[in-house]
Design a protein around this ligand. Structure first.
Ligand code: 13P
Ligand code: ZN
Length: 269
């Protein structure tokens, strides 16, 4: 096997990651190595892949994640650029196998590219998703400019204040990000504390979590859907800021209009 992409399903998953990586760069959300993506590809792994020998040392995750025993992930490489990953996903990311102790991993393909520094958050969230029987397999961390800008005002960090403002800017935002924006206070990037706070907020029923003054962390069935949730939220943040730049506080859709929307599309209240 020359490349793990000889497996058609995995090839498709990695192509989707590369497409999204290109969007992140085009949007200006992926300066230098900013942001990371991981995809749980375990369901597509065949015997050829199971028999692949490690191409790295055994590396600690930093935490123990029982639901990830023997699982496989495609991960963006640490310090790698999204704009490079968009063209060459297997030079700027790699596939890892979680060992049976659930606390360590090895890289198995294609090259020994060290996974993202945010691996503790990504893998902790995948572990949580499997523990609740979720069908979500993708997680995305990115630095969307306008959403991050909003976190520099403490008023937007109170529970669901930003969610309701963003939902009220344009009907699509609640329709396509129906769980809103959870908030995690500032914590050191790549720390296990940040990973634990992220799971807690996702468990509080959010698909998109804001890491204060840093970026968002989003989960969904696949990477395109995770990207879409962040995209609609940031579009609303842009509309909010555009109105403020025109010198007025945007009115937002009324409570009545929001209720009508939720009733019409079966969205949470
Ligand atoms: P990595 O290059 O390690 O993925 O880190 C980027 C980042 O955004 C950290 O929060
Ligand atoms: Zn980041």
């Amino acid at each position: 096997m020359n490349s793990i992409l000889e497996n058609n399903n995995i090839c498709h998953q990695v192509e989707q990651v590369a497409e999204v990586a290109g969007y992140l760069w085009q949007k200006g959300w992926a300066e230098r190595n900013g942001g990371n993506i991981t995809i749980n590809i375990t369901e597509y792994v065949d015997d050829n892949i199971k028999n692949l020998h490690p191409i790295s040392d055994i590396k600690p995750i930093g935490t123990t994640l029982p639901y990830l025993k023997g699982a496989y992930f495609y991960c963006k490489g640490t310090n790698r650029r999204m704009r490079d990953l968009a063209r060459k996903p297997m030079d700027n990311g790699s596939v890892i196998r979680i060992l049976d102790d659930c606390a360590n991993y090895v890289i198995i393909a294609d090259k020994p590219v060290l996974p993202t520094s945010e691996l503790p958050s990504h893998l902790s969230v995948h572990n949580y998703l499997l523990s609740i029987g979720s069908s979500y397999r993708a997680s995305l961390h990115t630095h969307p400019i306008e959403l991050v800008a909003m976190t520099h005002n403490p008023k937007f960090l109170q529970k669901d204040i930003a969610t309701h403002i963003l939902w009220s800017m344009i009907p699509e935002t609640k329709a396509f990000c129906p769980r809103g924006l959870g908030i995690v206070p500032y914590m050191l990037p790549s720390s296990v504390e940040l990973a634990n706070a992220t799971i807690k907020t996702i468990a509080d029923n959010y698909d998109v979590v804001m890491w204060e003054k840093h970026g968002v962390f989003a989960v969904d069935t696949d990477i395109m859907s995770a990207f879409d949730q962040v995209d609609v939220l940031n579009k609303s943040a842009q509309i909010y800021i555009a109105a403020k730049n025109m010198g007025f506080e945007p009115e937002g859709m009324s409570i009545q209009q929001m209720r009508e929307l939720s009733d019409a599309f079966g969205l949470p209240k």
